[in-house]
Design a protein around this ligand. Structure first.
Ligand code: IPD
Ligand code: CA
Ligand code: CA
Length: 266
């Protein structure tokens, strides 16, 4: 297999994510069709149209690549030397109510190496977060670093609630164990964007009990390349294709202490 050109993967991913974001933004004010695909789990016509745009553009550029997209599409190949892990709209519940926090998330994964390129695009702020394995992480051309915060008492922690009843209870239980120790807590409703904000040093950590590969593939690479840490809540590393992941992404400096709190330590 010839060496893959990561710069080419990145260029296509960035251009595609921006085009996808433009489409989402255009559709934000238009009448919307929203349906339920599971318990507390929505999909809109914009999610489906955006995923179609993304997969069409990737297939034009890389006909032999495979896909792991959020929205079902039996016509897409699932295997290839590169797998594109795609969340066309991360933050669909926000989007469906015109709450202005959502993004496009795309990662190019080499199955034995994990994510090698990740792009998260916030179309309302026109912020493109991107990273390349071993080379760094950037926001609109500026290099990214996680925050320098070392004390939990100064940390701003993001989290989201989970759809499922039991996991939502776990979030509440763990929140009750650390909320008093930190500066404050935010729930934004877009896991990929909140994790990108950890990479950018805006948040010090982000916690979720039930994420999917398309929520974490690009964001995990961004955090690692910005000098942070991402793991399951039991400290084991993430695997890019794993369904339903518990995740803590952080600046690394507060990772262990926050995990101990989340797990019930003093
Ligand atoms: C959801 C968001 C949310 C997280 C959920 C995800 P979606 O993704 O990332 O923040 O808490 O677990 O499913 O459905 O909007 O793509
Ligand atoms: Ca998502
Ligand atoms: Ca989605």
């Amino acid at each position: 297999m010839p060496d893959l050109d990561l710069d080419q993967l990145l260029a296509v991913a960035r251009a595609t994510a921006v085009a996808a974001g433009d489409l989402i933004r255009e559709k934000l004010d238009q009448p919307r069709q929203t349906s339920s695909k599971g318990f507390r789990d929505l999909v809109t016509d914009a999610d489906l149209a955006t995923q179609r745009l993304i997969t069409r553009r990737i297939r034009e550029a890389f006909p032999s690549h495979g896909f792991l997209p959020e929205e079902e599409n039996a016509d897409l190949p699932t295997e290839g030397e590169v797998i594109w892990v795609i969340d066309p709209v991360d933050g669909t519940t926000n989007y469906s109510r015109q709450l202005p926090i959502f993004c496009v998330s795309m990662a190019a994964v080499i199955p034995v190496r994990g994510p090698v390129v990740g792009v998260i695009y916030d179309p309302l702020r026109q912020e493109c977060f991107y990273s390349v394995q071993g080379e760094g992480a950037w926001l609109n051309g500026r290099s990214l670093q996680v925050s320098p915060i070392t004390e939990l008492s100064q940390a701003i922690i993001g989290l989201d609630w989970s759809h499922h009843k039991q996991m939502r209870q776990s979030v509440l239980d763990s929140l009750s164990r650390f909320a008093h120790q930190v500066q404050t807590v935010r729930a934004f409703g877009s896991a990929a964007l909140a994790l990108a904000w950890v990479a950018a040093g805006r948040l010090d950590a982000y916690l979720n009990y039930s994420l999917q590969p398309w929520d974490t593939a690009a964001a995990g690479l961004l955090i690692a390349e910005a000098g942070g840490q991402i793991s399951h809540l039991d400290t084991t590393p993430l695997y890019w294709a794993e369904a339903t992941q518990s995740v803590l992404g952080s600046n690394g400096r507060i990772h262990q202490r926050l995990l101990e709190r989340v797990a019930g330590g003093e």
